[in-house]
Structure formats: structure tokens, C-alpha cells
Ligand binder design. Structure first.
Ligand code: IPT
Length: 270
């Protein structure tokens, strides 16, 4: 059997850790994986990539690209009888999905900082084209609002450490700088921590930083990063198992799984 994996840029840590788990689990079951990584993650690029995988006669498809509901539904229709599972869509998309609970993750991070008594909290979101980045941002905003607060600064990066560095400088240059920053992924948090060091701000103490992902390196940051753990290995394994179950059974009902996330408290917050 052959599985097609349509993925976001594998130079990013989260998609690469998911792909790694998919590949290992597939190998265990003697399944091949063909990876397609479109340069442009728009509807055109994803459609072409999906058609290309279908032309290679894949038996099932995993799609780990941020997609709006209509885009995901269109790709799902295009796959026809080939089972397809989406990993980066909203719960409202009418497709098979296995996704992490973004609202829970955002709220865990915000509640952690609020619990430590921080009132001036800045937000560094992911790209607004990403459905998951938008969900994290709205979870943060909702949590702050419920505490009667509004963010003290808000910027958007592109998931890279470089963008975290650039936007981190903007957030810390404000007249009333934040006491804490919620960052939408660990790679951007790496850039933010560098900015703090360059500005002579101690993390934690003068500023707290919360990441998101808990990729394999995040415990090795300086200081070790407090972050939201997304179980990428489990997501990759479960995805392959879902496709295998579909291929061997008759169950064709739509399946939507919401995976819980957890806060991992390390040393970047106090
Ligand atoms: C999401 C990561 O949290 C983020 O860091 C970035 O790598 C992004 O993927 C790339 O699309 S995880 C995704 C399964 C929501």
C-alpha cells in the first residue's frame, strides 16, 4: 500500500515531526509514503499536489496544510473514493479530520500567565492565512477578554525564528512594554528570547515567554521553554492507523477527532 502525505514546509519543525511519525508508523505496517510539499500553499498549489499524488495511485491521503473549510471540502471531493484525512483544518470543515484543540491550547497559555499575575500580555500570532494560527489568536483574545484585559501589543509572524526576532523587537519597543508574551509557536519564541537577551531583559523575571508546539528541541532553549505540548508523534501514528482502518473496513462515516493539548511548564515563565 502507498500513502500520500501533502504537507506544509518540512523545514518547519512541527510538520517535519509529524511527517517523521507518519513515516515510522507506515514503515511498521509495510506501507510506502510519498511526500508532496507544494511551494504555494494556496488552493491551486494544493489541488495540483493532490492530483499529482492521486496520479501516483496512492491508497490514502493525509493533508497537513492549513486549509479553510471550503478548500478542504473541495480537496476531499477531488480525492473521490480515496480516504483522506486533514490535520490542519477547523472543526467546522465537513471533512475527516484529526486536529489539536487550538482553543484549549491558547487558553492554557493565557491562563498560565494570568495565574502568575501578569496583566500586560502581548501576543505574537502565526500567519493569518493559517486556520490554526487564527484559532490560537482568537483563543488568547477570548481568555484575556474574560479577565477584563486586552493585549498589550499584537504582531503576526510567519512561524520562523527570524520573524519572531523581528516582531519581538516591535513588541518590546512599545512605550509600556509587555510583562509576558504569548507566542504562537516555539520557533518564533526562540527569536523572541534572543530579542530579550539583546535588550538585557531576563527571562523569566523581567519578561515571561510562552511558546506553542513543544517540539523536540524546546526543552533545550535557554531558558527551557514553557509551551503547549502537541503530541505530534501520536498525531502522525493515529493518522496512518486511521487510513489503514478505512482501507480494511466498510466504515465510511465522517470522522472528526479533536486531540487535547497540555501546558508544559518549564523555566521561561514566572
Ligand atoms: C503548526 C505548528 O504549530 C506551527 O509551529 C507551524 O509549524 C505550522 O504547523 C505549519 O503549518 S501544527 C499544525 C498541525 C496545526
Amino acid at each position: 500500500k502507498t500513502l500520500g502525505l501533502l504537507t506544509s514546509d518540512l523545514a518547519l519543525h512541527a510538520p517535519s515531526q509529524i511527517a517523521s511519525a507518519v513515516k515510522s508508523r507506515a514503515t511498521q505496517s509495510g506501507v510506502n509514503v510519498i511526500i508532496s510539499m507544494p511551494e504555494e500553499l494556496d488552493a491551486r498549489g494544493c489541488t495540483a499536489a493532490l492530483q499529482d499524488l492521486l496520479a501516483q495511485r496512492v491508497d490514502g491521503l493525509l493533508v497537513n496544510v492549513p486549509l479553510d473549510d471550503e478548500q478542504a471540502e473541495a480537496l476531499s471531493a477531488l480525492a473521490g473514493p480515496v480516504p483522506v484525512l486533514f490535520l490542519d483544518v477547523s472543526e467546522t470543515a465537513a471533512v475527516n479530520s484529526l486536529i489539536f484543540d487550538a482553543d484549549q491550547g491558547a487558553r492554557l497559555g493565557a491562563a498560565h500567565l494570568l495565574g502568575q499575575g501578569h496583566l500586560r500580555i502581548a501576543l505574537l500570532g502565526g500567519p493569518q492565512t493559517s486556520v490554526s494560527a487564527r484559532a490560537r489568536m482568537s483563543g488568547w483574545l477570548a481568555a484575556l477578554e474574560e479577565s477584563g484585559l486586552s493585549p498589550c501589543g499584537c504582531e503576526y509572524g510567519d512561524w520562523s525564528a527570524a520573524s519572531g526576532y523581528e516582531k519581538g523587537h516591535l513588541l518590546l519597543a512599545a512605550d509600556t512594554p509587555p510583562q509576558a508574551i504569548l507566542v504562537a509557536n516555539d520557533q518564533m519564541a526562540l527569536g523572541v528570547i534572543r530579542v530579550c537577551a539583546e535588550r538585557g531583559l531576563t527571562v523569566p523575571g523581567q519578561i515571561s515567554v510562552v511558546g506553542y508546539d513543544d517540539t523536540a528541541d524546546s526543552a533545550w532553549y535557554s531558558p527551557p521553554l514553557t509551551t503547549i505540548h502537541q503530541a505530534f508523534k501520536i498525531a502522525g501514528e493515529r493518522s496512518v492507523e486511521w487510513v489503514l482502518a478505512r482501507l480494511s473496513g466498510e466504515d465510511t462515516a465522517m470522522s472528526q477527532t479533536l486531540l487535547p493539548v497540555t501546558l508544559v511548564e518549564r523555566a521561561s515563565t514566572s
